[in-house]
Design a protein around this ligand. Structure first.
Ligand SMILES: [Zn+2]
Ligand SMILES: [Zn+2]
Length: 383
């Protein structure tokens, strides 16, 4: 297929996916569509992996190396506010993160690679459910993804509307952040607002903890490592004329290495418990790991860089970009196999609407860029 025809085809597919968004583990029609397109290319297709995941493999020559490329298929729970002709038909759901574009892009790569087969080895196409809640990669792996369809390396991308269209950014090490959640429950002794001396005000501890947590960033973390600690919710027993007995502080932390994740958790626990002890209050500290940081392998980054330069030219490639402090469940794969995650610039000149905004719509101009990047990557890695 000539590249102008393929571009038109990918736009049609992307708009169809955009009109029919499905959220975590409910990507049934999306998975059916993906499977059908892969079958039309003559591939053996496996469905229902980790719920609604789809896997297809394509081999050429007698090379033994195997790489995987992953796209995520899920939409988010958000009411779309655009009025273009491919607006969501599923009330309260929309492709606000561009996973419709990621899916169309990987299908485009499958079309190109099935046609030219100019490589030596095997490429596997992984279409994943439920990236948004962070459970899809794990579900596929728990379902035996790498046992049934082993790979030497895995690659993935996310569109980046905050970068100019067509640039390719990546880096060795942490490119996207961990996300951990915490809940600090402080128990004092409530009483009449007029008589603080007769009780133990948990808000005193909560206020001191709120400020002290930022010293973990400024005094315990390496200044060259990004760390974010955000307290996002406070709950008290809630009578305006009573000192409460309980306060809960909830929030979220981000960092780009496993060591920093452990440092944050340990110091947060010590600081919270220490302050409560000092004030005679009781502290319960819960900390959960939601997403690991996305940690890129140096050799895989080098392969991506070579393919990226071939695709968009040296001046549009950044091989040591700033990390993006959002999270990605692609990290889960990288715990088991080396790989590289990259950002594909998808900014629009006329407007700059961020991901997860009700007006977001994938930039169709970068569909072919992504598809060609994947094709070049396969040809570069599987020589
Ligand atoms: Zn998202
Ligand atoms: Zn996303």
């Amino acid at each position: 297929m000539d590249s102008r025809d393929l571009k038109k085809q990918l736009i049609i597919w992307r708009h169809m996916l955009h009109q029919n968004p499905e959220t975590a583990f409910e990507e049934k029609k999306t998975a059916e569509f993906v499977a059908e397109k892969l079958k039309e290319l003559g591939m053996e297709v496996h469905t229902g992996i980790g719920g609604t995941g789809v896997v297809a493999s394509l081999s050429a020559g007698d090379g033994k190396a195997v790489i995987g490329i992953r796209a995520d298929m899920d939409a988010i729970n958000l009411k779309e506010l655009s009025d273009h002709d491919h607006v969501s038909k599923n009330a309260g759901k929309m492709h606000g993160c561009g996973h419709d574009g990621h899916t169309a892009t990987l299908l485009g790569a499958a079309v190109l690679l099935a046609e030219t087969k100019n490589f030596n080895g095997t490429v596997r196409f992984f279409f994943q459910p439920a990236e948004e809640p962070g459970h899809g990669a794990k579900a596929m792996m728990d379902d035996g993804l790498f046992e049934k369809y082993p790979v030497d390396e895995i690659y993935g991308l996310h569109n980046a509307p905050f970068l100019p269209a067509g640039v390719i950014h990546t880096r060795t090490g942490g490119i996207m952040a961990s996300e951990d959640n915490f809940k600090i429950r402080i128990t004092g002794q409530g009483g009449h607002a007029s008589s603080p001396h007769q009780g133990i005000d948990p808000l005193t501890s909560a206020s001191q903890i709120y400020l002290a947590l930022q010293t973990i960033v400024s005094r315990n973390g390496n200044p060259l490592h990004p760390i974010v600690i955000s307290c996002t919710e406070w709950h008290t027993d809630g009578a305006h004329n009573a000192i409460p007995t309980h306060v809960e502080i909830l929030g979220d932390t981000r960092s780009c290495s496993k060591e920093d994740q452990i440092l944050i958790e340990n110091r947060m626990r010590e600081v919270s418990q220490g302050i409560c002890t000092m004030n005679g209050a009781k502290c319960e500290f819960d900390y959960t790991h939601e997403f690991n940081p996305v940690l890129n392998d140096k050799n895989c980054v080098d392969t991506v860089i070579r393919a990226a330069i071939q695709t968009v030219g040296k001046e549009k490639v950044d091989e040591n970009c700033e990390p993006w402090m959002a999270s990605e469940d692609f990290a889960a794969y990288l715990n088991q196999v080396p790989g590289c995650f990259l950002l594909l610039g998808s900014g629009k000149t006329e407007e700059n609407i961020p991901l997860h905004n009700a007006m977001f719509d994938y930039n169709d101009e970068v569909l072919m860029t992504g598809a060609e990047l994947w094709k070049n990557l396969v040809e570069e890695r599987l020589k």
